[in-house]
Design a protein around this ligand. Structure first.
Ligand code: SF4
Length: 252
């Protein structure tokens, strides 16, 4: 590419970075090529700096009031947790009451089950990355208990933060937990019967869809637990992780 044209592209990307809510979209390969050809490109550092790249996104989330009703009702935002260099990233729907209190996704009963699933897969929570579509707990009427499902508008409003997180982390495999997370991520509605157990894709990243752990807490049938585990076995295979006989025969 001629140098003046390259300068225009770089300047445009830099402008987007400074004025937009999101990082500019460019594949890592394209960025690497640009970086190699132009030493001044600094808008997207190398993969080693993924943790640093997440910091400004986290800061934007922390200050976000795009959903005024949620900004008022939240205890704190719940950005995400885990290894920014993770090969495996889980996406849930929204923080619940426990997550809102602790500022970390999947720490309630459903989260404990997810941690158990991870352990059985051979991962610690710190090995993977976990985030939700929504970074604020969906509000509920005063005096009521429980959590509410995020609205499509709320998910649409918050989704760019997750998009940026995935763009930085670039996991080898994504797992969407439940139909609401799928709707938030892909914008498609469907039943879990139609969606789960097979590979989909999000921006070229293999995406496995499985039940939300909360579903397994409500429905303790071994057949349902086994379905989730079979989905996780597919994830392990996709990640080229060794699978023991014990893991193959496991029921959650
Ligand atoms: S849910 Fe997301 S978009 Fe809405 S206020 Fe919270 S951080 Fe902002």
């Amino acid at each position: 590419m001629m140098q003046p044209a390259l300068d225009i592209v770089i300047a445009a990307l830099e402008r987007i970075r400074q004025t937009s809510d999101h990082l500019p979209r460019a594949s890592r390969t394209a960025v690497a090529r640009l970086q190699a050809s132009h030493p001044l490109i600094a808008y997207m550092p190398a993969a080693a700096n993924k943790a640093e790249l997440l910091v400004p996104i986290r800061d934007r989330v922390r200050a976000c009031t795009k959903c005024p009703h949620l900004a008022c009702s939240r205890t704190q935002t719940v950005f995400g947790v885990g290894n920014p260099d993770a090969d495996l990233m889980f996406v849930g729907e929204a923080p619940g009451v426990d997550e809102d209190q602790q500022g970390e996704p999947f720490v309630g009963r459903a989260g404990q089950l997810l941690t158990k699933i991870l352990k059985t897969m051979g991962f610690a929570r710190e090995d993977v990355y976990i985030a939700n579509i929504l970074k604020c707990r969906p509000d509920t009427p005063t005096g009521t208990f429980g959590n509410r499902v995020p609205t499509p508008t709320e998910m649409q409003t918050c989704r760019p933060y997750l998009v940026d997180q995935i763009e930085v982390i670039q996991p080898k495999v994504l797992v969407a937990l439940g139909a609401v997370a799928v709707e938030g991520l892909l914008g498609t509605r469907g039943t879990m019967r139609e969606l789960r157990g097979r590979w989909h894709a999000y921006n070229g990243i293999p995406l496995m869809i499985t039940y939300h752990p909360a579903y397994l807490l409500r429905n303790q049938a071994p057949s349902e637990k086994r379905k989730v585990w079979e989905d996780m076995l597919q994830v392990l295979e996709r990640l080229n992780r060794p699978i023991t006989e014990r893991q193959r025969n496991y029921f959650l």
